[in-house]
Design a protein around this ligand. Sequence first.
Ligand code: MG
Length: 381
Amino acid sequence: MNEILITSVRVIDLRFPTSRDHIGSDAVNKDPDYSAAYCILETNSALEGHGLTFTLGRGTDLVVQAVRYLSRYVVNRSLSSITDDFCAFSRQLTDDTQFRWLGPEKGVIHLATGALLNAVWDLYARAEKKPLWQLLADMEPAQLLKAIDFRYIDDALTPEEALDILNKARGNGKSQRGQIVREEIGWTNKLMVDANQKWGVLEAIERTRQLAALKPWWMEEPTSPDDILGHARIRREVPEVRIATGEHCHNRVMFKQLLQAGSIDVLQLDSCRVGGVNENLATLLMAAKFNVPVCPHAGGVGLCEYVQHLSAFDFLSVSASIENRVIEFVDHLHEHFLTPVQIRNGHYLLPTEPGYSIQIREQSLTRFAYPTGEVWNESKE
Ligand SMILES: [Mg+2]
């Protein structure tokens, strides 16, 4: 096969006017227009790589610009030059000598990094004619490790320990699968409570205690997502309720500390907030080492489409368990995707199309592009 060369990057500011119906609003996000900074890697072949990062309304402006700036690192690169040393590529994005100041590895610049890295993974999976979860599960453990940046986390998880986890899951995974699925049949409904960062630590302790009577399966984002020790204190003082967070956790270092500090019972990674698949591989492995189940954050635009691959890979190759693991699901905006998630009987069905399931239909890209799309012009009076 000829070498795939990335020739250009199209970046689209995509916004859905969800605030008109207050869809997705919560305690702090009062008028969210669910949006995406969307990028398409164009190549010298018929293949494209699609990626997005989820954001809200006006914020999309900034993320789109950041994706455009970072595009310089993929244009005129061959796909194999990236995938042969994926960690070096992710470092190029996160270590840009002038953008690093804006993070490092957090905020707008990291959201943009996630969109681009995910687009490269989508292209890679399409080139290999596999859905992403399968591409990951089929990769040799040593090859997977080459995609992970262990800098800043090797005091919690060494490459050798990560390799052990992957090898062990390989040995166990297959025999456990049928048994686990059987055990899981007959789940009763569970109640999860999401505070969306509303409270200070003391109020969170008090309210979580009150809510304990309802026996919630977990309490989510009880306080500032940056407060690692605050979460640990809430968890310590209200041991009867499991504490969950992660959708606003901006990188693997913070996840490391949440785990080391004993702050969480449930780790809710996000597919876009961190540096794409690469950084999420690090997070999945750390969670496995600390024996904390991963229940990805989803909803938004395309987050369900993305995280289904990460959870499938977690089950097949890392934790080898679905015990206490669920994926968030919100049933809207899926119609814009070429291969939307499929849910049956409360379960995600494994995607089978090659890629990362994130391609948005061309007509949606046109209709919802901001500010030129028809949906935004209708609203201007
Ligand atoms: Mg939440």
